[in-house]
Design a protein around this ligand. Structure first.
Ligand code: MN
Length: 421
């Protein structure tokens, strides 16, 4: 599909993340301090809440107040037919041909300088471990090359139940956590600030329809509303001490950042791609009936405080071994109900090459091979003041379906909270 032109000129640029082909959904804070639903178009935001209030644009006929509280949760609950018809309405309203444009100009707000808010109420957060390169690298470091991939890995999308309470919108600073760390040899463990704080480059899938029974991989794909960039901040020293036998707990509980714009499945349709060839046959209920991954180019930037950014990794979402649809289908097999607003982290996305690794743990090989930034500084893990930026886009012919940015700056740990360290 070519670029669809809009009367919003900035949306017709090959560089914008938000052409008319994209139409991602977000929430923003108005000049009056209210949170409204908005759609990104070029360098502007279309104020959907104000349009609903004025009766100019409704989610569907005879519904109102879907957008009143400035979140997309209720809209997601209306289901795929409404998702499609609403997108059609937006495409017509914002299309080049629309003669009503002058009446819509008052609903446009510049993105620059506008504060974004969480676009939906996060029901629960589950994080997976679905890139074979990442799992092999981390397993090699933690358990040695012979035991790198656990025996279940090629059959199950491995995951853990994370925390919805610490999922935050891009731009929110992240404070370095305290935690229990392994002591040297047989010495007692220590309670201290994390010294190996890390990022994880991931995609987040947003569940837009509920389930109370097992679903197929196709049904799971139909339930997904859209995708965001996701940074699963990780405390590697806490993780190394705590993770056996029940998996990560405090190491992953501090913060998870998400990009502010939900890029819908509809916008990504032309960029679908299949998971790689299976190295072991999957059980039938986890087999993909069609392509359910996406070709999304991804990059990670690291800027030391007050200094220029270095791109420390470039990879692609198509590197994953399992799709979000497979992960969601697997999630439901226990009888676990899924809700509108459930967030599924893809797992760290790492390609086969060293510069394609989506975490500092892998890039610096556990701290043994620090990376050198363009400023000349080195990094094994994150330093206080560092700003991490994830970016991503599906690249079309003359346009991009962009995700914007997922940004977070590291704040220093609190000073000795109990006076016992
Ligand atoms: Mn993760």
């Amino acid at each position: 599909m070519p670029l669809i032109k809009s009367w919003v000129e900035s949306a017709n640029s090959a560089e914008t993340d938000f052409p008319l082909n994209n139409l991602p959904y977000g929430s923003f804070v108005t000049e009056e301090g209210e949170t409204h639903c908005g759609v990104a178009i070029g360098d502007m935001i279309l104020d959907v809440t104000a349009m609903e209030t004025d009766g100019v644009l409704l989610a569907e006929d005879d519904t109102d107040e879907v957008f009143f509280f400035g979140e997309w949760t209720d809209f997601m609950g209306l289901g795929p037919a409404v998702w499609a018809s609403f997108r059609d309405k937006l495409t017509t309203l914002l299309g080049e041909e629309n003669g009503d444009a002058p009446e819509l100009v008052k609903y446009l707000v510049p993105q620059a300088g506008t504060e974004m808010a969480m676009p939906f109420a996060i029901s629960e957060f589950t994080d997976f471990y679905a890139s074979k390169n990442h799992a092999t690298n981390v397993g090699t470091m933690f358990r040695g090359p012979e035991n790198a991939l656990p025996p279940n890995w090629l059959s199950i999308p491995i995951g853990y139940n994370g925390r919805a309470s610490s999922v935050m919108i891009s731009g929110t600073p992240v404070r370095r956590p305290w935690g229990q760390l392994k002591g040297p040899n047989d010495a007692l463990p220590r309670f201290a600030p994390c010294a190996r704080f890390d990022l994880e480059l991931e995609m987040g899938a947003i569940v837009g329809q509920p389930s109370d029974d097992m679903v197929s991989v196709q049904q799971a794909d139909d339930m997904i509303f859209g995708y965001v960039l996701l940074n699963d901040w990780s405390a590697r020293d806490i993780q190394a001490w705590e993770y056996q036998p029940l998996g990560p707990f405090q190491a992953k509980a501090t913060a998870t950042s998400v990009s502010p714009w939900i890029v819908t499945k509809a916008a990504l349709e032309g960029f679908r791609t299949s998971t790689p060839e299976r190295e072991r046959e999957l059980l039938p209920h986890l087999v993909e009936p069609g392509p359910m991954l996406y070709d999304i180019s991804l990059e990670v930037g690291l800027a030391p405080e007050g200094k220029d950014e270095t791109i420390i990794a470039r990879t692609n979402y198509n590197e994953m071994y399992y799709s979000s649809a497979q992960q969601l289908a697997h999630h439901t097999t226990s009888g676990c109900p899924m809700n509108v607003g459930d967030l599924l982290g893809s797992g760290t996305i790492s390609g086969p090459e060293k510069h394609q690794r989506g975490a500092l743990l892998e890039l610096s090989w556990g701290g043994k091979e620090p990376i050198t930034l363009d400023t000349g500084e080195t990094r094994s893990f994150l330093e206080d003041g560092d700003t991490l930026s994830l970016r991503g886009a599906a690249l079309g012919d003359g346009y991009r379906i962009g995700f914007g940015e997922c940004v977070g700056q590291i704040l220093p740990a609190k000073s000795d909270p109990f006076g016992t360290a």
